[in-house]
Structure formats: structure tokens, C-alpha cells
Design a protein around this ligand. Sequence first.
Ligand code: SF4
Length: 352
Amino acid sequence: MAEKILEIRNLTAGFLSDKGLAKATDRVHLELEKGKTLCVVGESGSGKSVTALSIMRLLDYAGGVIADGEVLFNGQNLVSKQQKEMLKIRGNQITMIFQDPMSALNPVFTVGEQIAETLRIHKNLPEKEAWRQSVDMLRKVKIPDPEIRAKQYPYEMSGGMCQRVVIAMALACNPELLIADEPTTALDVTVQAQILELLLQLKREFRMSMLLITHDMGVAAEVADRIAVMYAGAVVEEGTVAEIFERPRHPYTIGLLQSIPGLEGDRGGELYTIKGTIPKIDQIPTGCRFHPRCPYAMDICRQNEPPLRESNTGHKAACWLDDTGEDDPRPGKPNTRETKVTIMSRPEVAQS
Ligand code: SF4
């Protein structure tokens, strides 16, 4: 069995209010094998970022709490660690990049100084060596003329270039796990593909594992080994890219796939949208949390929460329609064939 670098078990985290704990994640279970990429997808408010902040133990700084569960990184439970111990893990073994590169960079220091500072703090390098390695990192993230660029300030660079600097900073200490929270969302469409390609290439070069958070199924199709779909704080489906794109089992996943604009077909037609909005974390409905928006909702869905059931291939889904736990569409099930998406640039996926 492949070695797991990260195992999140029953993670319940959220924000305390007068009414108690508003759960942003509710018994979330995720696993990531060494060297692989797990994409967590879902709309805003699905609990993706709270999951990432919980892994980093940064949720406390965002005003939240981890109420229950474990985050095992190489077998050590990060939830029980003191923040002092986490300082050694964050930036060294686990690093994170965020959506907006400009807010991750300090405007009053050159980009070279910022990468060098990371190296000085975490690797205890002398100044000259830290600077040399920081220029080298800029070269690795394909910034042209790295010696000159290292002496520039963030405002002198484009958004795409700044995200490359943030990636250089995150990878400078050769982490084992990179968490990327919507790393391309704030960038121009033309730059997004370059940054994703760069992340994949560096992941191979640095032999890292990656947890990528995105609302974009197209991004997940490009980079993931496995995809976990989150809705209103819970994982509702999880499987390989082929399973999620070719044989989705949860109506929410099917809705997300149907919402992807296609290059073919009726260009003037209306785009599919999932009706309604995701509930606030203090207003999660009883039963299946997706039932108010689900076109297939039945009585049982309004009363009882469906368990996350696993098929014999490891494909998991939480839906009362999916009572066999197998990938065999039956009468009454959503028509998964309508959702089939061809992933042109992933031949290994199309063949699987
Ligand atoms: Fe829809 Fe019911 Fe399945 Fe929930 S359990 S996704 S409401 S069919």
C-alpha cells in the first residue's frame, strides 16, 4: 500500500459564536499519498480553505478552532502540537501558497530579500549563500534575468511574476507537502495555465506531494491524481480524476461538471447552474446538506444524513441514491453519461 504523507481524520473545525460552534468542516476525512496531488474542489463556503488552514494550524490566527479530529502528517498528529513546534514544520516541511500573490509579499522589501529571509530563518544560511539560493530559486520558477529581478520590488512585477516569486519562496526550503489555495484564481487566464504547469513540474522536481484547493473543475482535471468534492463543510464525493469526471456519483459533483462551459455545442445557450446557494455554516440543513438544491431529493434526504460509502475501487460518495456504493448507474439515478467530460490534455486519464 502506498505511503500516506497526510491523513485527515474526522476533522471538525469552525468558529465559536453565542450559539456554539458553527462548523466550517464536519468530520472531514481526506488522505494524500506521497508524491501525489489531491485536489479539493467546491464552491466558496464549502470548507476547503478552513481544511487547509487547519492542516497548517493557522486557523487559530483566523479566529477559528479545531473542535475534533486529527491531522496526521507523516504519522504525527499536528492538531496536538504546540504552535512553537508548528513553527518548525510550517515553511520547512509544509508550505502554503495563497490566492493573491501581492498580499503574500512584503511591498517594502525586494523579492530576492524576501526569499533569502525564508532561507535564513528556516535553513540558518549565511546572508551571501541565502542570496545565491534565492536567485537560484527565481531561476527555477522561470523568472527571466533572475539576478536583476531579485533586486526588484513586488510592485515592479506582474501578478503572474509575483505568484512565481511566492512559489519560489514556498519551495525554497524543499518542503515535503505544498498546499496551494486557489493559486491561479487571481491571475489572467493566459497566465493560469503557465503557473499550473510550473507547479506540476516543480512538484516532480522537488518530489513533493500537493494539496490543491480550487473551485475550478478544469484546474482539478489538469493536475489532480485524486479529487475530493466538498459541500457545506463535508466531503460528498472522492475518487480518481477518471472516476469523478467519467462516473460521478453525487448530484453536486454532477452539477459542478454540468456547469463547466464547453467549447462545443450551442454557444448561444444558457450555462447550466446549480439552483440556490450554499448554506451559511450556522444554517446547515438537516439530513443531506445538499437536499435544498438537489433535483433528486427524497423524503429520506431531508431527515437522515447519507454516509460516505466506498465502492470496491475506492470511489466514495455520500448520497441515498447511491445505495450500492458501486459505479453502476441504475434507474432513478442521475444520468452520469450527460456529464462526461473529455480531458484532452490528460491522455493517461482518458485511457484509464
Ligand atoms: Fe440529493 Fe438525496 Fe443524494 Fe442528497 S442524498 S444528494 S438530496 S439524492
